[in-house]
Ligand binder design. Structure first.
Ligand code: HPA
Length: 245
């Protein structure tokens, strides 16, 4: 079964045929909400809304460990994590769908490992390639076979939020090599690696990062700009689920 973590704007998956919801308790407390089990295009999936179902959790308030632990208990074969981002690189304007291949973590103070406490071993997972190469390959192959405009490769910067960045901070991220910026990709990706769940990030650029666009920075796409990229993401997940790989 594939897991989908829904980000802002994706708190529910329109075409998901819901079978049941399950409240899961974990050693790390409560996930963002119950897991929603269902069928999407005939395939079993489990869905969780990262910010909670009423979008009540800010990026630094999300219990990433509980969310990932809860998904691990379902024996999911992989996670497609949807997130909205700001575009830094000039060829990544609002409306672009991007599958990053690498990341830089600027977050702080988040519970970022499941190996915590005196009774736990010290574990240093390999994170050279933070996203699962095989699942990334499947996702990009699905995009290619369906002819969907999806950008392969970007470096994702994860900032602490909840405020947006300053223009100088974005210039620094750019010098560091970042192409897109969001607030929720970490520690999610690292926890998935610790728990040995293949994880990919599917990002929608919703704004120009601070100082890159003409106007003030807001993180919502205008309604008329949203339709096409959301259709692309839905079609991508449909192809991933229904095409043999
Ligand atoms: N910065 C950080 N996180 C974001 C942005 C941004 O510009 N847009 C969407 N999430």
């Amino acid at each position: 079964m594939l897991a989908i973590i829904g980000g802002s704007g994706f708190a529910r998956f329109p075409e998901l045929e819901i079978l049941h919801r399950q409240v899961v308790r974990t050693p790390f407390g409560e996930p963002s909400g119950p897991l929603t089990f269902g069928r999407l295009y005939g395939q079993p999936v489990v869905f969780i809304a990262r910010h909670g179902y009423g979008h009540s959790l800010a990026p630094h308030e999300i219990n990433y460990r509980a969310n990932l632990w809860a998904l691990k208990q379902q024996n999911v074969r992989g996670i497609v994590a949807i997130g909205s981002v700001g575009g830094i690189r000039p060829d990544l304007p609002p409306g672009t769908v991007v599958v990053p291949h690498d990341l830089i973590d600027y977050t702080w103070g988040r519970k970022h490992t499941v190996f915590e406490g005196v009774d736990k071993p010290v574990v240093h997972v390999d994170f050279t390639c933070p996203y699962d190469p095989a699942l990334r390959h499947h996702l990009l192959a699905a995009a290619a076979s369906a002819g969907l405009p999806v950008v392969d490769k970007a470096v994702y910067a994860c900032t602490q939020g909840p405020r947006l960045e300053t223009a100088a901070e974005i210039r620094r991220l750019e010098r560091d090599g970042a192409d897109i910026v969001g607030m929720t990709g970490m520690p999610e990706a690292a926890l998935a690696r610790e728990l040995q769940i293949p994880y990919v990030h599917l990002c929608l650029v919703v704004n120009w990062a601070a100082g890159k666009g003409e106007s003030r920075c807001t993180v919502t796409l205008r309604q008329d700009e949203l339709g096409q990229p959301i259709e692309t993401m839905v079609a991508l997940i449909r192809t991933l689920l229904t095409e043999p790989n």
